[in-house]
Design a binder for this molecule. Structure first.
Ligand code: CA
Length: 226
C-alpha cells in the first residue's frame, strides 16, 4: 500500500514511517498540509494519515481541501487531543477514522488496512434524480443502466442540476458553479452546454428532463424526465 503521512514533528514522522514501512507499505511524508495537498496532486495514495495540529493549514482544513480536489483516499486523523468536538469535526470534514496519540503502530496499521478494504469511493454519495445517477467522486454518470460519457464541463453542469432538482437555476448560477476557474462571461455558453447535455442525457432516451424557463434559466425536472 502507498501511504501519505502528514506530520510536522520529525520524531513522530520517523516512528510512523518506520512502523508502516516495516509492514511493507511505501510511505511518503509531508511536513505540512500544503505539502500534503501538493503530493496528493502528484500521486495516488491508498490511505492518508493526517495529523490535526500542523503549521499553516491544519489537518481539518487539509482534509477539506483534499476532498474538494477529489482526493477520496481514506483519511485517518491523528491527534493529541481527544475532544469529542474535534472527533466530530474531523469526521464531518470527510475523514474516515480517528486515533488519539499516543497509539500503537500495530493498531494504526490494522485500522488503515480496514479503511483500504472499504475502498476510496464508498463514502462518496451517488446523486439520483429519477433514472439519472451521478457519482461526483468518480465522474461517472448513468441514465438507467446506460453509462453516459460527459466532458468535464457537461459533468459539472449536470452535477449542479442534480444537486438542485426541480429548482430553476439562472445562467449566472450555472456559470458560477460549473466554470469556477476559467469563468466565461458569454452567457450563451450555458445555452450551448445545456444543448450538449440534452443530446446526451435526454435525446437518446426520448426524454426531456432539462426544461427552459423563459427569462429565468433552466430546471432539471424533479423526476429526472422519467
Ligand atoms: Ca503536529
Amino acid at each position: 500500500m502507498h501511504l501519505l503521512v502528514v506530520e510536522d514533528e520529525p520524531k513522530m514522522a520517523r516512528i510512523l514511517r518506520r512502523g508502516l514501512e516495516r509492514d511493507g507499505a511505501a510511505v511518503e511524508v509531508a511536513l505540512s498540509g500544503e505539502a500534503a495537498l501538493e503530493l496528493a496532486g502528484l500521486s495516488r495514495f491508498d490511505a492518508i494519515v493526517l495529523d490535526v495540529m500542523l503549521p499553516g493549514i491544519d489537518g481539518f482544513e487539509t482534509c477539506r481541501q483534499l476532498r474538494e480536489r477529489d482526493v477520496w483516499a481514506p483519511i485517518l486523523f491523528l491527534t493529541a487531543r481527544d475532544e469529542l468536538e474535534d472527533r466530530i469535526r474531523g469526521l464531518d470534514g470527510g475523514a474516515d477514522d480517528y486515533m488519539t496519540k499516543p497509539f500503537a503502530v500495530a493498531e494504526l496499521l490494522a485500522r488503515l488496512r480496514a479503511l483500504i478494504r472499504r475502498g476510496a469511493h464508498q463514502r462518496a454519495t451517488i446523486l439520483r434524480v429519477g433514472t439519472l445517477r451521478l457519482n461526483p467522486a468518480t465522474h461517472e454518470a448513468w441514465r438507467g443502466e446506460t453509462e453516459i460519457e460527459l466532458s468535464q464541463k457537461e459533468f459539472a453542469l449536470l452535477e449542479m442540476f442534480m444537486r438542485h432538482p426541480g429548482q430553476v437555476l439562472t445562467r449566472f448560477q450555472l456559470l458560477e458553479n460549473a466554470w469556477p476557474y476559467d469563468y466565461e462571461h458569454r452567457s450563451n455558453v450555458i445555452d450551448v452546454y445545456v444543448r450538449y447535455l440534452r443530446e446526451k442525457i435526454d435525446r437518446p432516451f426520448d426524454l426531456s428532463s432539462l426544461q427552459t424557463v423563459r427569462g429565468a434559466g433552466y430546471r432539471l425536472r424533479k423526476d429526472g424526465g422519467g
